[in-house]
Design a protein around this ligand. Structure first.
Ligand code: 13P
Ligand code: SF4
Length: 367
């Protein structure tokens, strides 16, 4: 690393650079930093960003890499805020985690605030002996404080690739699961396990008692938080019908954040990594309609030219927050780091970190 420059470079200096200049400067900063830095890229990132990543993957894979690659002092996380927080929780205390644009959040994660979850827990506690009968399970697409809540109350985190295993673990411990913030991942996973519909209820944080009767709460085995992904809710069952009619024999593969009416009509369902691996390993000449974020699908189309890959929706479904991470922000973060300035560091408060790590460790143990 060079001698520390006195002032961090401003982001405004990067916005007028050409794609070629940005590419060359990011690579130069990467070379200068050598094994001081690891760039992690989520599968939804733009090409101009993902092409610089040392590793790319889904939430689970990136979380594992953050915890395993402790020799790199800096992690530049090209993804969204909750993923960078997870990396900070799982990485060693001396490692820094950088999110190139702090505005890269997740609208689903924002659908459950700790005050609402506390209120829900209290409300359930008026009906049940909650600590003995309910295991809280939080999708990693959530703030660190919610992961800490789960750690403290005997629960776990889960990702789209291990929700099944985590839910089985949770039901083996206590009779009920409170699953948040994505109702669809929870419901789709329970459907696959054969859980009857009457044993699932939806918890609306804006309604007294979540909008449920005392009797329904007693009967429920799965309490699903009313939350969703604004990108995946765009896929409709009619899209699946359209592709099946237009391309007989086509395979439909979707992310489990899609509505159950879409998942039920699909051939395969799984995480972003599962989708990429499945389509990549498929025989040449096969056709695929893919229900997940647009950047991933467009890349699959380009990389799998011996197959026909289609985006499952007729409208553009892009994750606007993932899209915030662009080459100018990556270049800005990398060059500042090479100058000795850590910009946009993600730091989870120590109290939350300890409990959140317990919830993440429980998940890793069953993954
Ligand atoms: P994956 O864990 O499948 O990568 O999904 C993350 C995500 O945010 C999907 O919307
Ligand atoms: Fe969040 Fe949906 Fe974007 Fe995934 S695709 S990061 S769940 S808003």
């Amino acid at each position: 690393m060079k001698a520390v420059a006195t002032v961090a470079r401003p982001i405004t200096a990067y916005q007028a650079l050409t794609p070629e200049e940005l590419f060359a400067r990011i690579e130069a900063a990467k070379r200068a930093l050598g094994d001081q830095v690891m760039i992690l890229g989520h599968n939804y990132q733009r090409d101009e960003v993902i092409e610089h990543a040392d590793f790319r993957g889904d939430s689970l894979l990136l979380a594992k890499l953050a915890s395993e690659r402790s020799e790199r002092p800096h992690i530049v996380f090209c993804g969204v805020h909750f993923m960078a927080e997870t990396a900070d929780i799982l990485s060693r205390s001396k490692q820094t985690v950088i999110l190139p644009d702090l505005a890269a959040g997740c609208s689903m994660a924002d659908m459950a605030a700790i005050e609402q979850v506390d209120q829900c827990w209290e409300s359930l506690g008026r009906v049940l002996s909650v600590e003995e009968s309910v295991t809280p399970v939080v999708y990693v697409n959530s703030a660190a404080v919610l992961k800490a809540f789960c750690g403290e109350h005997g629960g776990s985190t889960c990702t789209s690739s291990n929700a099944w295993a985590v839910m089985q673990w949770a039901w083996a411990r206590r009779e009920k699961i409170l699953f948040f913030p994505d109702e669809h991942l929870g419901r789709n996973t329970a459907n696959k396990m054969g859980m009857p519909r009457e044993e699932m209820i939806v918890w609306d944080p804006f309604q007294p008692r979540g909008g449920n009767s005392v009797e329904a709460i007693h009967k429920a085995k799965l309490i699903l938080w009313k939350g969703h992904c604004s990108v995946h809710q765009m896929f409709q069952p009619a899209h699946v019908d359209h592709f099946r009619k237009q391309y007989p024999g086509i395979k439909v593969i979707v992310h489990p954040e899609c509505h159950e009416t879409v998942v039920d009509k699909a051939d395969l369902v799984g995480s972003t990594e599962f989708i990429i691996k499945t389509v990549s390993a498929a025989p040449a000449g096969t056709a695929w309609a893919v229900g997940t974020e647009l950047n991933l699908v467009n890349r699959l189309k380009r990389e799998q030219q011996d197959k026909r890959v289609f985006f499952l929706s007729s409208t553009v479904c892009q994750c606007a927050t993932m899209f915030r991470i662009d080459a100018p922000h990556l270049c800005w973060a990398m060059e500042n780091l090479a100058d000795g300035h850590v910009v946009n560091q993600i730091v989870v408060p120590e109290d939350d970190k300890a409990w959140a790590k317990i919830a993440l460790d429980r998940m890793m143990a069953v993954s």
